[in-house]
Design a protein around this ligand. Structure first.
Ligand SMILES: [Zn+2]
Length: 138
């Protein structure tokens, strides 16, 4: 049975919950803590909202720091931009990287990167996908 599609963070939370529950079952000491947790989808939605909110607030904070007109220490600028890049990388890994990897894997297999239509048998003069109409590289 195929697993439902989930984000990597959901996998980590689900794996942790499964491991702790399994340990509790084996030791026959079931803690009621897990019955009070919200569903995994709610947890992931909350984490997603907090990540985006933190990123937006950090971006505004850095921009406001530059708008004060006062000279800023270079170390603070470097650390702020480093944290901002770290935040952006986390968001990219969570939301853009899975799609980029999927697109790359489809191109490698000779499929349309947008709709996964098999492009291996089409004519060499065709520059669009016959299924979805997107432009396809040769
Ligand atoms: Zn297509």
């Amino acid at each position: 049975m195929p697993l439902p599609r989930q984000q990597p963070l959901e996998h980590l939370v689900a794996l942790t919950r499964i491991l702790v529950q399994e340990r509790q079952l084996k030791s026959r000491q079931i803690n009621s803590m897990f019955y009070h947790f919200p569903p995994l989808t709610d947890l992931f939605a909350a984490i997603t909202r907090l990540l985006w909110l933190g990123f937006v607030l950090l971006t505004f904070g850095i921009a406001a720091g530059f708008l004060t007109g006062q000279p800023l220490p270079y170390m603070k600028i470097a650390w702020s931009l480093g944290v901002w890049i770290f935040y952006a990388a986390i968001l990219w890994l969570l939301f853009a990287a899975p799609f980029a990897w999927r697109r790359r894997r489809r191109i490698k297999r000779g499929l349309c990167p947008a709709c996964a239509y098999d492009l291996r048998g089409r004519g060499s003069d065709s520059k669009t996908c016959p299924e979805c109409g997107k432009a396809v590289k040769q």
